[in-house]
Design a protein around this ligand. Sequence first.
Ligand code: FAD
Length: 461
Amino acid sequence: MSKYVGRQAVVIGAGMGGLSAARALAEHFEQVVVIENDALPAEAAPRPGTPQCKHVHGLLMGGLRALDSFFPGFEQVLLEAGAVPMRLSSELRYEVPGYDPFPQRDLGLQILCMTRPLIEATVRKKIAQHGNISLRECCKAQELVVGTRSNGKASGKTGDNATEITGVRCAHGDGRVEDIAADFVVDASSHGLLTLNLLGSLGLAAPAETTIGVDIGYCTAMFGIPDDAPTDWKGMVVLPQPPHNRRGAFILPAEGGRWVVTLAGRYGDKPPDDEAGFFAYVKNLRTPTAHNALRSAKRQTGFSRYGLKASRRRHFESVTNFPHGLLPFGDTICRFNPIYGQGMSVAAKEACLLRDLLAGASSEGQGINGLAATFLNEAQKIIETPWSSSAIPDYGDPLTEGPRPPDLEKSLKFGAALFKAAAADPAVHKVMSEVQHLLRPGSAYQNPEIADRIKAAMAAA
Ligand SMILES: Cc1cc2nc3c(=O)[nH]c(=O)nc-3n(C[C@H](O)[C@H](O)[C@H](O)COP(=O)(O)OP(=O)(O)OC[C@H]3O[C@@H](n4cnc5c(N)ncnc54)[C@H](O)[C@@H]3O)c2cc1C
């Protein structure tokens, strides 16, 4: 029996979601074709299709482990390329209202800090070692193709009335239009428009969406790390205190002896992209830490801005008769508020889920019909903890738009007690960090030992 569940899979988008998905698919399809609209740089460099790549991109520990499981030695390659190891939380100064800073103790955990282009270029190089994955750059996916397979195995409709996807129509940079045949298509375009257009053209309902109107603005520049940089931290984060102050900042180290400095503000108080405005903004952060650190730092790039109106979760799992052979992935399913640094790691964990489901389908000889539906349901378990752990604090700002959960007050009180307990107790601090870094689910707080300590902090509040 063939070890493959299909001949060819096509992935739309060579961002972090698309590349991770391609790696998972490569074990179970003879060929994997990744279609990318951009020209892809040979080395770590920004590109227009991922404008967010100029901004701070934290890779959570759960994401790093997932990528390391796909690409053995991934962490080592990043280190050799200049990624900066940072101990949690002894080397990260974390300033959150009430704790300026949060206790800096060594939790036995380490992250790597680097630019998003370095992460992506490293994954691309690893992908290039897989003979059955091909990357087609300067190639724009235009439409999903529905119809009869060339091998005659399937027609447009399957027995359960769902449509079958058989390929992707795309336009090459030279104007040629080509239909690329596929037994399975992953939409990792981030916007997901091809999937939404297809659902519309088939007369199917669009997925219900949960949106949280965070209206956030970023402004970023890179600075050389100055000789007089603080010695008590390698990276720092200062969070705002709405409604009094909606300004936050990240200074994280990156390859090449640089700091990525990202300012983040909401609503009417977004950071400007001119020198004087940028530094005036830094001066009016909640604490002076960033301002003091940047005093003698030399700027190496211009300023880049990015705006995001809302976090968005699309419930594809509830669409009746969702087409077979099509899988929305990564940001196409869920686009998080970027300040929590979750998107790449969630995408990498989704790729692990895809790998596991494909392995099951392959060993049981089930084929891939129904796999997307199972994935979309199972992926909710990956998405739930990061979604709720960012939604709750976001809703704490009265200006945040969106339907507040009925138990918001209780959740906010729980969050405050968790922080209090974590500040006082290294064991709670470690569990909180592991949940934030997607190493453990939110249910880890129900472990009786940890739950008792959080309850005690709640009672004392
Ligand atoms: C400002 C900002 C900061 C962020 N910070 C972090 C962070 O700190 N940590 C973190 O983990 N995540 C962060 N994220 C989220 C992270 O960038 C994404 O979650 C992650 O890249 C996974 O997204 P993706 O692969 O689904 O989409 P993307 O990475 O955006 O990739 C989509 C790809 O699809 C291509 N494409 C689109 N349409 C087509 C088409 N029709 N044909 C061919 N190709 C197409 C695009 O060119 C692009 O390459 C941040 C996001 C933003 C906006």
